[in-house]
Design a protein around this ligand. Structure first.
Ligand code: PGA
Length: 261
């Protein structure tokens, strides 16, 4: 494991847990363990957020109480209200105590045919309600194999991050689709290249807002690889799926930041 450990100045990293469609039955004990384990020293080094299923959000937010752990939803609709059966408005996420929302996760892009354009309208809806939008992007395995990763990232960034993005209202999550839930992780040099490319695109488009926007890595982050991944330049935290479902593992990922300066 590499020994590095400098954080990008002016950026507080964030470790975010995407519970996906999990958490039934044991969510209260998970939240309690996170609140207990996220100690003062760690809180000064890294932010923490959890994204439970929408139906659990209000309870999770209440259980978090005044702990400095943010909560959010995994998706929102573009509209504030209306005839959209089964959907959740960004404003309702705020009502449920959330301050953030994931938009454009690859599972939404695939399962629900979400295009870049749809993702962008959801990010705008998030801002309208005062939420931070976590815009997820990432290449498919075939796109990586054919050498198109950076082109795909450029297209997704251009199409799914709306004008008006800044470091306060937007987080970009780079998640190679082939690394999600598979245990496969790109080489550190590939992560570094992708994040440097994303940073460059964000700076070109948003200036200082892009220079200080958080860029998370996601895809099979575990306690065992978090130290190496989180130390890569322009990696400002992690979006964690599977390993966010065990508080010990999720806290173990946050531990990567304890000794960073
Ligand atoms: P994983 O999921 O950590 O289970 O790979 C990441 C994600 O989908 O956000």
């Amino acid at each position: 494991m590499k020994e590095i450990v400098t954080m990008t100045p002016d950026i507080t990293p964030i470790v975010a847990g995407n519970w996906k469609m999990n958490g039934s039955g044991n969510s209260q004990s998970m939240v309690r363990e996170l609140v207990e384990g996220f100690d003062t020293e760690l809180r000064q080094k890294v932010d923490m957020a959890i994204f439970p299923p929408a139906i659990l959000l209000e309870r999770v937010s209440n259980w978090l109480g005044d702990a400095t752990i943010a909560s959010g939803a995994q998706d929102c609709h573009a509209n504030a209200s209306g005839a959209h059966t089964g959907d959740t408005a960004a404003e309702m996420i705020v009502d449920a105590g959330g301050s953030m929302v994931l938009v454009g996760h690859s599972e939404r892009r695939v399962d629900h045919n979400e295009s870049n354009k749809i993702v962008a309208t959801k990010a705008e809806a998030a801002w309208r309600a005062g939420l931070v939008a976590f815009v997820c992007i990432g290449e498919l395995e075939a796109e990586r194999r054919s050498g198109n990763t950076l082109d795909v990232l450029a297209e997704q960034l251009a199409g799914s991050v709306p004008d008006g993005a800044n470091a306060a209202n937007t987080v970009v999550a780079y998640e190679p689709v082939w690394a999600i839930g598979t245990g496969l992780v790109p080489e550190a040099s590939d992560v570094e290249e992708a994040h440097a490319f994303i940073r460059k695109q964000l700076v070109e488009r948003f200036g200082n807002g892009g220079a200080t926007m958080r860029i998370l890595y996601g895809g099979s982050v575990k306690p065992g690889n978090a130290g190496e991944l989180m130390a890569i330049k322009n990696v400002d935290g992690a979006l964690v799926g599977g390993a966010s479902l065990k508080s010990e593992d999720f806290l173990g990922i946050c531990e990567a930041y304890r000794n960073m300066t």
